[in-house]
Design a protein around this ligand. Structure first.
Ligand code: HEC
Length: 183
C-alpha cells in the first residue's frame, strides 16, 4: 500500500512539473507575432475622411475609446473626449479599460509607428508585443480591407492629444492570441 502511495505521489509530482512547464512555454512563446513593419501611411484628406467615417460607427473605435454619456439614448460619445480611453469593457471578465489612442506621446499612442498601430489592429499586440485583451476586436478588424485599415490609422492620428493615463487592466480570463501580422 505504501509503495502504491509513493507511485501516486511521484505521478502527481510529474504531472505538476509537466503542467508548470507547459504553462511556462505558453507564457514565454506567445503571442507569436512578427515585428512591426516599417509601413508609412500617407495621410491624404480622402483617407482621413474615410477613416473618420469608419472609426465613428462602422468599426466602433471612437465609441469604445472615448467617454460616453449614458444619461442619453444609446450613450453618445462626449464631444472632446474622442480617443481618450478609460471606458471599462471587462463585463464579467475583470477590468479592461479601453486604451488612450490619442496622439499624446506618454499616455496615448503618439510615439507609435504606423506599422505598430497596424499590427495592434490586426494581430492584437501593443507596441512592446504584449497581447491585447480580446475586447479590442482585432480578430474582426483584420478581416477589413487593408486600404480601410490605412484610412482608420490616418484618421486616428488626427485625434488631438489628451493626457489620460489608463490604469492597468485586470483580465480574469486568459487570452493569448496567435495571429500573424498580415502585412
Ligand atoms: C469593443 C470595444 C473596442 C473597439 C470597437 C475598439 N477597441 Fe481598441 N481597444 C479596446 C480595449 C478594451 C483595448 C485595451 C486592450 C488591453 O489593454 O489589453 C484596446 C486597445 C487598443 C489599442 C492598443 C493601445 C495600447 O496602448 O496598447 C489600439 C491602438 C486600439 N485599441 C485602436 C483601436 C482602433 C483604431 C479601433 C477601431 C478600428 C478600435 N481600437 C476598436 C476596445 C476597443
Amino acid at each position: 500500500m505504501k509503495k502504491f502511495l509513493k507511485i501516486l505521489l511521484i505521478l502527481f509530482v510529474i504531472m505538476i512539473v509537466l503542467a508548470a512547464g507547459g504553462y511556462m512555454y505558453l507564457y514565454l512563446a506567445f503571442p507569436k507575432v512578427s515585428a512591426a513593419t516599417d509601413l508609412k501611411i500617407e495621410s491624404t484628406p480622402k483617407r482621413i475622411e474615410r477613416g473618420k467615417y469608419l472609426a465613428n460607427g462602422f468599426a466602433f473605435c471612437i465609441d469604445c475609446h472615448s467617454e460616453r454619456d449614458f444619461t442619453k439614448f444609446s450613450g453618445p460619445v462626449v464631444p472632446g473626449t474622442e480617443g481618450k480611453g478609460g471606458f471599462d469593457l471587462g463585463e464579467g471578465a475583470g477590468f479592461v479599460p479601453a486604451s488612450n489612442i490619442t496622439q499624446d506621446k506618454e499616455t496615448g499612442i503618439g510615439s507609435w509607428t504606423d506599422g505598430e498601430i497596424f499590427r495592434a489592429l490586426t494581430a492584437g499586440v501593443n507596441k512592446e508585443g504584449k497581447f491585447l485583451a480580446p475586447m479590442m476586436p482585432y480578430t474582426e478588424l483584420n478581416k477589413l480591407d487593408k486600404e480601410d485599415i490605412y484610412s482608420i490609422i490616418a484618421y486616428i492620428k488626427t485625434l488631438p492629444a489628451i493626457k489620460n493615463k489608463i490604469p492597468e487592466k485586470n483580465l480574469k480570463i486568459s487570452g493569448k492570441p496567435d495571429i500573424q501580422n498580415h502585412t
